[in-house]
Design a protein around this ligand. Structure first.
Ligand SMILES: [Cu+2]
Length: 146
């Protein structure tokens, strides 16, 4: 039976190495993400939770978190989607998805959303923002892929 012990050890190591990297970020009523930068490894599984810890109604102060492809500026993206007619009820127009790596739902007060995605294979800085109209001025950050 001894022969099975190393096999079981290897199996458990393999399982633990597949655990997703977990990140939790909050957004509040003063248009702030509590995390402006986080780091992931290229190609790893990421489980990202966004919590809206505010109290204001979703139509006035909804939040999401949208991670953009490498080289795309959150400021420029925020302006671009306003030109596409982004609104409180359509904060992330379908046509803008070509610039997006991953995005949570738009959340009202006390709501949260968990998304899982595979980190890009290419190292570098990936900007993120809240795409609720106007929030990109304040709610931005960087996902660093190493
Ligand atoms: Cu927001």
């Amino acid at each position: 039976m001894k022969i099975f012990i190393p096999y079981l050890l290897l199996a458990s190591i393999a399982i633990s190495s597949h655990a997703a990297k977990k990140i939790t970020i909050t957004g509040n009523d003063t248009m702030q993400f509590d995390t402006k930068e986080f780091t992931v490894k290229a190609g790893e599984e990421v489980e990202l939770e966004l919590k809206n810890i505010g109290k204001l109604p979703k139509l006035a102060m909804g939040h999401n978190l949208v991670i953009l492809k490498k080289g795309i500026s959150a400021l420029k993206f925020g302006q671009k989607i306003m030109g596409m007619g982004a609104s409180a009820t359509n904060a992330l127009p379908e046509a803008s998805m070509e610039d997006v790596v991953a995005a949570t739902k738009l959340l009202g007060p006390a709501e949260s959303d968990v998304i899982t995605f595979t980190a890009p294979k290419e190292p570098g800085d990936y900007q993120y923002l809240c795409s609720f109209p106007g929030h990109f001025a304040m709610m931005r950050g960087v996902m660093v892929v190493k």
